[in-house]
Design a protein around this ligand. Sequence first.
Ligand code: GMT
Length: 378
Amino acid sequence: MNIAIVCYPTFGGSGVVATELGLALSKRGHKIHFITYNLPVRLETLKYPNIYYHEVNVPDYPLFKYQPYELALSSRLVDVVKSHSIDILHVHYAIPHAYAAYMAKQMLKDIGIQIPIVTTLHGTDITLVGSHPFYRPAVTFSINHSDRVTAVSESLKQDTLRLFELQKRIEVIPNFIDIEAIKSKGKPCERSLLAEKEEKIITHISNFRPLKRVMDVIAIFEGILPRVKSKLMMVGEGPEKQNAVEYIHSKGLQKHVLFLGNSNEIDKILCFSDLFLLPSEKESFGLSALEAMAHGVPVISSNAGGLPEVNLHGETGYLSEVGSTEDMIKNSLLLLQDQELHETFKKQAKIHSERFNLDKIVHQYEQVYSDVLASIQY
Ligand code: GMT
């Protein structure tokens, strides 16, 4: 199949999922066309067969306060569909991608080309931004006019049905990971580069948006540190980072907390991590928690959104109410102070992550594509 993928090309989970999906599909023989405003961060076009990249350019015009990105995207979609005989448009994020795809579909219809749209909902497009009254009618319309809609967790599916008036069936296809690739990318696992031998390594990876509750991460670490010699790895960039850095300086904790910025080497960091913290206020799935588990790292998380579908309480880690940092500290110490229990959770985390291995998930998207193509009336 010739599949066009539209996503945000940034470090966010949706961009990562869309990119990894495209790469996996290309290895299965499909031709994949990424259509984005920048090269997706995890996309190495030269390393894979059948991968093409089409940039969306939005000319800057001084008359406009807001540049019309959806317009430029829908025009680019028309252009790519026509010139590369695209069979399917798979858009990640309702906002504004499903909306732009609908416009492209109508333009193509005018010239006799039928193109089905598959929309994958990731979370922020629904629970945070999309349900705002300013956007809700457009998001509702875009979802209702997609040919197929998928959500990355049962929790996100239920949130979507609760927040929007939909006449559409939503199918759950969870986030996935490539376990084979993880095994090789994590090497060499050089723990000594960042911590002393006897120190435990606690890791948090996110885009440091307020909903990630980065200050909770630090509060949990402050609860662990007096009892267990440890270091905190803070991976990512975002609006809450400066607050976090200033707080760490004000407490004199600089030698215990490393801010590593955005990284394409998270496999190497997770490889030597002992615990992963994800106390988010909202999380449709929690791809970073799954990535941690695939490296055998138990997860201390909130019980928000889809996290209970990923992190199993008392098996792969522990779940607490959002903001219950005392409970999260207690759970962290349970694992860090009991080597046998820690080892058991490490194994269980790895085993559970295998349920989300790429080979079990990618064919579900292929099935959606085949079904939607079969249902087109010519
Ligand atoms: O929250 C993020 O880290 C980024 C965000 C995004 O919009 O890209 O991730 C969302 O999509 C991921 C992939 O499906 C999910 O694993 C994340 O849980 C989800 N984030 C939220 O729901 C807040």
